[in-house]
Ligand binder design. Sequence first.
Ligand SMILES: *Cc1c(COP(=O)(O)O)cnc(C)c1O
Length: 229
Amino acid sequence: MIEENLKHVREKILEACQKADRDPSEVTLISVSKTKPIDQLMEAYQAGSRDFGENKVQEIMDKYDAMPQDVKWHMIGHLQRNKVKYIIDKVCLIHSVDSFRLAQEISIQAQKKRVPANILIEVNVAGEESKFGVSTEDVLPLVEQSASLPNIKVCGLMTIAPFVENPEENRKYFRILKQISIDIGRKNIDNVNMEILSMGMTNDFQVAIEEGATMVRVGTGIFGERNYN
Ligand SMILES: *Cc1c(COP(=O)(O)O)cnc(C)c1O
């Protein structure tokens, strides 16, 4: 089932790329495997998935040891500062940086482990109270401050769009994030490139791709519904 789901998602990615006249190689599919057991991750792996997204530090640590070495792990969930040290040398990208204090801790731990840290700034584009992420006005200052820290590279922006019935409702938010990334990219700030735009989930990834997403994070569409009990 997972293999079929992946195939279906990949087809939809191709479709969206065609519609937007984009090269499909610009879009990375991240299989969001939170709460799912290793055998299901392995199914996705065997169907070609190499990028996996998780939102819990403990889960990344456990799965890191259980999965093949060529998996690229993406931290997509809210990250507590005291847990940065456990994953800093295990993840290829932290999507969810939304404070300077977190960026500082990432920098400190990256220096200790002598690894570069690639981060995205999480933006709460829709201004939802329940969501993490900085407001659209605070993106540039946080990008500038974070990029000035040792061992940190700011690689782009991430957003979690509101949960909506009709994905078209989120198009405006994706468009705003894309514009912010263009504006910041033009400033040519040291240690900043705005190559990555992480936006779009099961419900809205096609719209996100049409608006410029370079990473889409798909969970339910690949692994089915999550059970949190
Ligand atoms: C869970 C999660 C996803 C995947 O959500 P689906 O709707 O299941 O595709 C994407 N991004 C983040 C940050 C998540 O926490």
